[in-house]
Design a binder for this molecule. Structure first.
Ligand SMILES: Nc1ncnc2c1ncn2[C@@H]1O[C@H](COP(=O)(O)OP(=O)(O)O)[C@@H](O)[C@H]1O
Ligand SMILES: [Mg+2]
Length: 330
């Protein structure tokens, strides 16, 4: 199984839209996959599912079909994680692990169980590895070995547990001061989480290590995707270019810990893509509830919009292939 998390600690840059489109592109390329919505804001789930379906999945009362519902027996002390519900979308190519606003209730327990892993407590390991084990079971049941994870923009305990489940990390960035600052925080945090999880793994109870149910916490950075739609039109284009030029060096220094590196955008293999602002394609896509690159004339994609949808298809296809290569998806 290959688990790829999309992560930065700056919201609103286009991360969820990126995961949504990439997932659809892998489906287009005839690859089945699981997509896990581990952001308590559940934006990804609302991109995939119509309101009526969300209403069924999020009833007043217990949410047995969401990620939160699946971890609840473990949280309430009644047992371990339940069998995860996999919501089939995109012509059954994508299995969605449905997000849930209630997931934020898991933050406290994930926080308090983290230090207790050092004492080798079995329940602590079960809690911290709950997302990983859910994902693994879902992938097995759905018949795929590829998983994409979307998370919220912070460095909290939910995200730590989500990232520990990841083999690879892709970092979406906008070209502004916030994203650069975000990279500076993210690099040391990922290294710390990796090291701390490793310390804990060494103390895991035999029952769990022998069963091989714990993640290895690899979190290998595969590169960054520059999202250009976030350009503020009230800012001079020069300012934006200046921030963009700084991204490669910041990525190499902060994320890869290469002390004196000085890299330019044109020859940086860590730059996986520079995605355009697709303008009015995005609202059309939201309206049609499909990715921008599958918009048809009937959805309003006519004339220049039709051409833009084609370009968008090629952009995402290239990105999906690049990520496949970097993560050796085979
Ligand atoms: N490439 C793009 N072109 C145009 N608009 C975009 C693009 N990517 C994202 N957006 C828009 O930007 C906003 C934030 O995107 P979202 O994916 O929710 O960001 P995040 O998950 O980082 O908070 C949304 O309104 C989305 O429609
Ligand atoms: Mg998001």
């Amino acid at each position: 199984m290959k688990v790829i998390a999309f992560f930065n600690n700056k919201g609103g840059v286009g991360k969820t839209s990126l995961v949504y489109h990439l997932a659809w592109m892998y489906a287009e390329l005839d690859r089945k996959l699981i997509v896990a919505d581990l952001d308590p804001q559940a934006n990804l789930s609302s991109m995939f599912l119509p309101e009526e379906r969300l209403e069924q999945l999020w009833p007043n009362g217990e949410h047995t079909h969401t990620i939160y519902g699946a971890i609840q027996p473990l949280w309430t002390g009644l047992g371990d994680i339940a069998k995860p519900h996999v919501e089939k979308v995109a012509n059954d190519k994508i299995g969605l692990l449905v997000g849930d606003l209630q997931l934020s209730l898991a933050e406290d327990d994930l926080n308090s169980q983290w230090p207790d892993c050092l004492d080798g407590k079995e329940r602590s390991f079960r809690v911290i590895s709950a997302f990983y084990r859910l994902i693994k079971e879902a992938a097995g049941n759905f018949g795929t070995d590829l998983v994409l994870i979307d998370v919220g923009p912070n460095l909290g305990a939910i995200n730590r547990a989500a990232l520990i489940a990841a083999d690879y990390v892709v970092i979406p960035v906008a070209s502004d001061i916030f994203s650069l600052q975000g990279l500076r925080n993210l690099g040391p945090t990922l290294r710390r989480w990796r090291k701390e999880w490793n310390d804990r793994l060494n103390r895991a109870p035999e029952s769990l290590s022998a069963a091989k149910v714990l993640p290895n916490g690899r979190m290998e950075p595969v590169g960054y995707v520059i999202l250009q739609h976030a350009i503020r039109l009230d800012r001079p284009i020069k300012a934006y270019e200046r921030w963009m030029a700084k991204i490669p060096t910041e990525y190499h220094q902060a994320i890869l810990d290469e002390k004196n590196s000085n890299v330019s955008l044109d020859n940086d293999t860590a730059c996986l893509a520079r995605l355009k602002h697709y303008r009015s394609l995005m609202p059309l896509a939201q309206e049609a509830r499909k990715p921008m690159f599958l918009l048809k004339p009937a959805d309003g994609a006519i004339g220049s919009h039709a051409n833009a949808a084609k370009d968008c298809y090629e952009d995402f296809k290239a990105l999906a292939k690049k990520i496949s290569e970097h993560c050796k998806l085979g």
